[in-house]
Write a protein that binds this ligand. Structure first.
Ligand code: ADP
Length: 467
């Protein structure tokens, strides 16, 4: 049974898969269609013009002959060859004169057999075609003193015109054939050339693997769609490479970070195993050290998890509007408990409100205050201040601690970066604190800056934009 879907499937099948071929075929089909329409138009136009010319010729010959006949003033001898003289001036014209019953009296050409009878189509010009012969024919009555004395038939033989049209047709068909063949060839070569960068792109993309992201696609000199695609592709690989490298650096830094506490714990476990079983003091010291390292590891794992969730965009800030004084006061009170030997100051206008995720902002400010405590000797002062202007809220955490040298400042927000590794480790720092603070500020659309002078102190400022 006839099935449309099967037919469509059949029609679909032969379409080549290569884009260059498809483009070539579409291009060739359109080109052929345009050529055919143009040529058919030309042929019809030429034929129409020639037929009209022939009609005019026939009409003027008829009029001239009738004029000559009426000039005889009632004494026309229809067999007089003078009435056929029009046929002598134009070689394609034939003139035949018949009596009223249709019998031929005189004719300029004897071989007009097959033309319509002299009485048919009176008053019209006939386009007559028979056995590959083409004529324009006009039949008229010959009248004398209101009496019909015969018929005049003027015909135009279009043999040479049709020969010309046939020649023109053959020439056009040949030109069309050559044109289409040329279109297919050039179309194929051009589209293949134009699409070559895509092939190169595909080949390079195939070669690129996670292990080797260093390859890049060659970008052509022209500023076209394909070179823009290549540039975009390269940029995408660049981003992938960066993030992949960042990821592996993060994993290796994290492993490196965990290696030390694990080694310490292992060392103490061996110590307990060998010596401390019978020495309660060593045992106590060892357990305390293991606990300290385990706490450090737990804090590090927490930080790592936080950053991993942040990187995967799983942490979304839940922003709300709340008073700044409450938050800063809370932080100061909590910090006083942990660092009773430091002085804390807070300067916050009573009505100042912040639009942020309270939990995340508290975490960031806690990390800044923890750093201030860590790197400020006892009795030093740590100040929390907040203010606002047209752009938003600014919060400063300032200390009178050891400070950071100018060349270290740009690096302190890098993950795992510590100015003095041993000192920082000893104080429980992992080098992740400030990168977490920066991440939190960034997701709020804010920015963070540090001013510091070695030996004098450090001031970290967070700017949060208005709602
Ligand atoms: P850590 O957890 O080791 O403190 P951070 O990312 O919080 O790591 O800080 C990175 C480095 O910046 C620290 O190692 C420290 O040397 C320096 N730093 C941070 N805050 C201060 C500060 N208030 N005063 C002096 N140095 C600081």
């Amino acid at each position: 049974m006839f099935s449309v879907t099967k037919l469509l499937a059949k029609l679909k099948k032969p379409i080549p898969r290569k884009l260059s071929w498809r483009l070539t075929l579409i291009y060739a089909a359109l080109f052929s269609a345009v050529l055919i329409v143009l040529n058919a138009g030309t042929l019809f136009g030429v034929r129409y013009y020639m037929v009209e010319q022939a009609k005019q010729q026939v009409r003027s010959s008829t009029e001239n002959t009738l004029g000559r006949l009426s000039a005889s003033a009632g004494a026309a001898n229809l067999s007089d060859p003078a009435y056929l003289s029009e046929a002598g001036t134009v070689s394609e014209i034939n003139i035949a004169i018949t009596n009223p019953s249709g019998k031929q009296i005189s004719s300029s050409n004897k071989t007009l057999a097959g033309l319509p009878g002299p009485s048919s189509g009176i008053g019209n010009i006939l386009v007559y075609e028979s056995h590959d012969r083409h004529f324009i024919v006009e039949n008229t009555r010959i009248t004398e003193t209101n009496q019909m004395i015969g018929y005049l038939q003027v015909s135009y033989d279009m043999r040479s015109e049709y020969r010309f049209i046939k020649l023109l047709f053959a020439f056009m068909a040949l030109a069309d054939f050559l044109g289409v063949a040329f279109a297919i060839l050039t179309g194929f070569l051009l589209s293949r050339r134009a699409l070559r960068p895509i092939d190169t792109l595909t080949k390079t993309a195939r070669k690129i693997s996670v292990g080797d992201l260093s390859r890049r696609v060659e970008v052509g000199p022209a500023d076209d769609e394909l070179s823009r695609l290549a540039v975009t592709f390269n940029e995408m690989i660049e981003r992938l490479q960066n993030s992949f490298e960042k990821q592996s650096r993060f994993v290796s830094d994290a492993s490196h970070e965990l290696r030390t506490p694990i080694a310490v714990i292992k060392g103490y476990a061996d110590l307990i195993d060998q010596w401390a079983k019978n020495d309660p003091q060593v045992l106590e010291e060892s357990v305390a050290a293991i606990r300290k390292e385990a706490n450090g590891m737990a804090a590090l794992v927490e930080q790592l998890l936080f950053l991993a969730r942040g990187d995967n965009k799983k942490l979304k800030p839940q922003k709300e509007n709340f008073p700044a004084s409450g938050l800063l006061h809370e932080i100061v009170e909590e910090s006083k408990l942990v660092a009773p030997n430091h002085c804390f100051e807070e300067t916050v206008p009573e009505n100042l409100r912040i639009y942020a995720d309270r939990k995340l902002l508290k975490q960031a400010l806690r990390a800044l205050v923890d750093n201030a405590v860590k790197y400020t000797p006892e009795k030093g002062t740590i100040q929390l201040a907040a203010s606002d202007d047209d752009t938003g809220v600014k919060i400063h955490v300032t200390d009178t601690g050891i400070g950071i040298s100018e060349n270290e400042l740009p690096k302190i927000f890098d993950r795992f970066y510590r100015v003095d590794e041993d000192r920082s480790r000893e104080k429980g720092g992992s080098g992740l604190g400030l990168s977490i603070v920066k991440w939190i500020v960034d997701v709020h659309g804010g920015n963070i800056s540090v001013e510091s002078e070695k030996g004098k102190g450090t001031s970290v400022s967070i700017h949060l934009p208005k709602k």
